[in-house]
Design a protein around this ligand. Sequence first.
Ligand SMILES: *Cc1c(COP(=O)(O)O)cnc(C)c1O
Length: 817
Amino acid sequence: MKPTQKYPFDKELFKGNVKRHLNATYATTVEHASTHAWYLAMARALAELTMLNLLETEQDERIVKAKSLNYLSLEFLIGRLTGNNLISLGLFDSVADAMSELGQNVTDLLEEERDPSLGNGGLGRLAACYMDSCAALEYPTVGYGLHYEYGLFKQSFDHCHQKESPDAWQGIEGYPWEVPRPELKQDIGFYGHVEVTHVDGKEKRHWVPGMIVQAMPWDLPIVGFENDTVYPLRLWEARAIAPFSLESFNNGNYFEAQHALIDADNITKVLYPNDNHEKGKTLRLMQQYFHSAASVRDILRRHLNAGFSLEELPEHETIQLNDTHPTIAIPELMRIFIDEKEMSWEKAWGICSKTFAYTNHTLLPEALETWDEGLIQRLLPRHMEIIYEINRRFLLEVSAKWPGDVSKQQTLSVIQEGFHRMVRMANLCVVGSYAVNGVAAMHSQLVKQHLFPEFNELYPGRLQNVTNGITPRRWLKFCNPGLSDLITEKIGDKWTSHLDQLQAIAKYADDKTFQQRFMAVKKENKERLAAWVKDHMDIDLNTDAIFDVQIKRLHEYKRQHLNMLHILSLYHRLTTDPDFDMQPRVVFFAAKAAPGYHLAKEIIYAINKIAEKINADPRVNDKLKVVFIPDYRVSIAEIIIPAADVSEQISTAGKEASGTGNMKLALNGALTIGTMDGANVEIREEVGDDNIYIFGLDIDGVNELRASGYNPYDFYQADPLLKASLDLLVGEEFTPGEPGKLRTTYDSLLNGGDPYLVLADFASYVEAQTQLDLDYGDQSGWAKKAILNTALMGKFSSDRSIQDYVKQIWKLTPVKR
Ligand SMILES: *Cc1c(COP(=O)(O)O)cnc(C)c1O
C-alpha cells in the first residue's frame, strides 16, 4: 500500500495516540483493555488524522471559493468506516503493523465496529457511494443527513419470525469517527402562525414559530481515496432547547411550545424503517423539515462567509435532493429569501430554481410522497403559503402552454384535489429544480414517458438519466482482497480509480490458469462465508455448491417469493422424481422487512420454515440448502458478495428503478439471473447475452398481460410444476402438525391477484435456472463467464455516475489537494 499522506505516518506517534485514547478517552489500560476498547482507541486515533484533513479541506481557500455540491439525503447507509478509511488513507499495512506491535490483530479490531445503519437500503447506500466518489474525484462536497439515535432496526429470527430490536449504533462510548460541531448549530422552528404587517403600504408576511428545536451537527469524515481530501458528512441531531430559554419563542403559542419541548428530541430519535413506502406521519415530516432547514442554513452560511452575494448562489452551490424527502428545502429557501432577505418573488425564484436538482428513485405509487395539506399548514404555515404561490404561478405556465386544458392542470398541479387535499412532493421538485434525473436508462425513460410526460414537454431537457453506480473501493478492493490482488497482479492497481481498466482482464477469460486462480479466489471467499454461517447459524455448507444469492430489502416487487417457489420446485423434484439431478446449490437470502409490512414478514417466515425442513432432510440436503442470514447490512453484504456465484435480480419488469446490489455482485464475478428491469438492462449490454441469464416478461409483456386481464389461476392450472410447488405451501410439509401456516403467500399469489406477476414468470425463471445449473457443471465455461462479468462492469463505478452528474447537471471543477 503506498503512503499518500501529506504527513508521513509516524508509527511511534500513532501507537502513543492509541494508548492515550485507551487511557484518556476510554478509561482503560494496555493491560486491561478489551478488544472493543482497542478498536475504539485505534479508530479515534485514525479519526484524529482525518479530522485535521477535514478542517484543512474546509478552510482551503480554493475550496471555499469553488462551486460545491450539497448532497441532501435523509439516509446515508455508510457501513463501517474504519477498514475502508484505512484503505483510502493508504495506511492499512502500517496501522496493522503498529497494532500488532501493541499485541492486537487489526482484522479482529475491525470486526468490533458496529455498522452505522442510517439508511434502509439502496437509496441510502447510493448516497454513501456518491460521497466516496466525490471525495475520490475531489469535487467539493458536503453531505447533509440526519443523526438518528437509532438506525435501521436489528433483525433476528424468533421461531422463524422476524423480530426487531433497536439499533443503538453509537454504542455507549460514542462512535469514534464523529465529532460534534457546536459552533455550527442552528435553531429550527415549527408550528406557530404567519404574522402580517404593512411597511410603506407593502404587505410583509413573517412566520412566528410556536416551537424551536436545536439542530446540532455531527461531522463524519469522508476520506478521499489516496488523496488528502476529506469532506464532511454532516448529520443533524435534534435537541430540545432548555426550558429557561422559553422566552425566545414567547410570541408563539405557549401551550404548543410546552408540548413541543416534550417532542423536540424525538425528531431524530429513529430512522423510519420503510423502504419504497411513505406513510404520511407527522414526525416524519418534522424530520424532513428539520433536515432541510438546518442544511439550507448551513449552505447559506458557507456561501455568505465566502464573501459571495445571494444572487451568486447558483454559481457556487448546487443542492441535490436524494428523492423527494428533502423537497421542503425549496420553499424554505424561498421563505428565507423573501421574508428574511426581503427579496422579490421573481428574484428569489430566479435563484432558487437554478440551485436545486432532484433524483427520482421510484415509480411505485405507494412510494411517491404526498403530504396532507392540513398537516403542512399546521406544522409549517408559511411554507404552505409559499407552496400555493409556487403552484399558482406554475399553473399559469401550464395554461399558457395548454390553454383551456383543465385536465392538464389537474395532472400537473402541485396540489392533488380531493376530500383530503395533498401536496405532491415530486411535482414540487420538478417545478423547483433545474434538473431531474432517473437512476437507470430504463427508469429514466419511464419517468419521461409515464410519470412526467407533460413536464417533459413543458421543460424540455430537464428530465435526464444518470445511471447509478457503486464505489469500487468498498465493493471490490476492500471487500474482496483476494480478487483485488489477482487483478492488480495482472493489470496494475489503477483500476481502483479507473474501473474501465478492468476490461483488460477480459483477455484472460479463456486462460485456464487464470480461470483456476479466479475460481480459487471465489472458493476462498465461499469458505469465508461458509465459516461465518457455521459460526453464527451452525449450518454446514458444501462450498463446491452453487452459491445463489438474493440480498436486498424484502418487498413483493423484488419477488423473493419467486425465488422461494423455485426452491420448492427443486425440493418437489428431488423428492418425487428419481431421474432428476442438479448441481448442489445453496440459496442465500438476506433481507429486512419493514415492521408494518405483514406479507413481507410472512414471506420471511415461509422461507425460514422451508429452510428449516430442507436443511434437516437427508433426502435433499446434499443437493440443496437454504440459508436466511439475519440482520442484512453493509458489513454482511461485504462477506456475501465476494462469495456469490449467482445474483438474483428478479423484480417485476418496470418496478426496480435501478438496483445497485446487482452491480456489486456482478463486479465480484457473480452471474446475474434477472429480468429486463432497472440497471439489469445495462448490465446485460455490458457483459453480453452469453454472460447473464435474462428471463421473464419485459415491460411490454407485463403491460400486455395486464391489459388482457391477468389471472394467476390460469398459470397455476396449466403448469404442474408450479402447482405442485405452490401446493407445498398449504399442507403441513414445512409446518408439521400445523397445516396452512404458510398460506398467506399462497393466498396473496392466487386469491390476491398476484400483483407482481410471480406466477406468470415462474416457468421462464425455472428454465433460466435449469440452463444456469447446466452451465455451472462446466467449470471452465463458468469461470469464463464470471471473469467477463468482473471485466466488463467498469461502467458501474460510482465515479462514472459522479462524472455524469458533474458534466450534465452540477458543472463542478475538481480541487486537487
Ligand atoms: C447495495 C445494498 C442495498 C441495495 O440492494 P438492491 O439489491 O439494489 O436493492 C441494500 N442494502 C444494503 C446493505 C446494500 O449494501
